[in-house]
Design a protein around this ligand. Sequence first.
Ligand SMILES: NC(=O)C1=CN([C@@H]2O[C@H](COP(=O)(O)OP(=O)(O)OC[C@H]3O[C@@H](n4cnc5c(N)ncnc54)[C@H](O)[C@@H]3O)[C@@H](O)[C@H]2O)C=CC1
Ligand SMILES: O=P(O)(O)OC[C@H]1O[C@](O)(CO)[C@@H](O)[C@@H]1O
Length: 383
Amino acid sequence: MKALHFGAGNIGRGFIGALLSGAGYEVCFVDVVQEIVDEINRRREYVVEIADSGHEKIKVSGVRAINGQDTDAVATEMLEANLVTTAVGPHVLKLIAPTIAKGLTERVKTNSQPLNIIACENVVGGSSILKEHVYQHLDESVRKKVDELVGFPVAAVDRIVPLQKHEDRLLVTVEPFYEWVVDQSKIVGEVPEIAGITFVQNLEPYIERKLYTVNTGHATAAYLGYHFGYETIDQALQDQYIRDVTKQAISETSRLLVAKYAFDPEQQAQYVHKIMNRFSNPHLSDEVTRIGRSPIRKLGPSDRLVGPAVQSLNYGIMPEHLCIGIAAALLFDYDKDPEAVSIQKTIKEKGLAETIHHYTKIGQDSPLFSIIMEKFDQLNHMR
Ligand SMILES: NC(=O)C1=CN([C@@H]2O[C@H](COP(=O)(O)OP(=O)(O)OC[C@H]3O[C@@H](n4cnc5c(N)ncnc54)[C@H](O)[C@@H]3O)[C@@H](O)[C@H]2O)C=CC1
Ligand SMILES: O=P(O)(O)OC[C@H]1O[C@](O)(CO)[C@@H](O)[C@@H]1O
């Protein structure tokens, strides 16, 4: 069985590639960083280290890689692949779509075996977004065949993999916990038996639970941590104010998730408890600037902060602490992050009110609007 995986980065090597290799797949990575591609091909293996007191080292063997700019090589790999996965970042999906479309166009000429393409990104509907981009590059006749033979099941992936700072460029340190949930209803052909993937009939509750609990809490702690001068997430969470706001923000999303999807409140509370412990893992050094990266994406209307805040109103929940998270994201003035720079420029040129509406789409008529304005002001005075 062959898996073609786009993105030999932290989640690619540290989670998806390692899990698929362990499940017996021959994994071929596609990346655009030639040094990583060369290093994988030179060694054909790498090590994943588990960040806990045991520091277990797991060897991932039999892997290879190709450069994504070599679209002919990628298309050739797609001819016989049994599974295609991605972990490139939500904004990159449209960039890899033409290559995937080229591969599918070639593949359906000779191969009538079904193929599933799973985007493993922190976004609601990642595989559907990818599918839309891919279809824009397919001829009408090819689309019909792809409709029949190719599935784009959506997925939720959860494993904290911080920035890697090892001499060994392929070594990747990961937290012990992982979860990969895939929408079975969109699988074309037989459901593959892959140890470590949970298949469900409706992914929406799972992706919202993951994004609006893990990522909401992480983002809230990261933006507040940055604001108050902490470097890593475990340092930030030792600050009582940050810890309290983070817990309250996740408790607001928990109330939303329980009301919307009828999750068992006790199980959700345990889920939250486990997540707070994962954030504080002393064996991981996870920078607040990584978790806060791309604040424009993270302030998007359905992403981890604004998405649950807006939805909460429909369930009679006033998400005051999520608004603190949103305000802290608007204060994220990290000059090495181009999205943070854009937000700060917009605030300077157009003012806070217009900036809030521009990025979050929250209107002045929403009760959230004035709370965000107020929290922004309060945080500014607390520094
Ligand atoms: N790091 C984490 O803890 C988690 C990350 N995720 C999601 O996984 C995705 C990847 O995140 P990370 O692995 O952390 O990022 P990363 O930056 O470590 O990896 C992304 C990889 O994609 C490669 N890439 C960029 N453009 C490409 C292209 N056109 N073709 C092929 N490869 C390309 C990059 O060179 C890089 O190696 C994101 O959507 C992220 O939200 C999800 C759960 C956890
Ligand atoms: O990968 P993104 O969407 O930029 O966000 C980083 C977040 O994703 C994770 O890497 C895992 O979900 C968290 O560590 C962090 O909250």
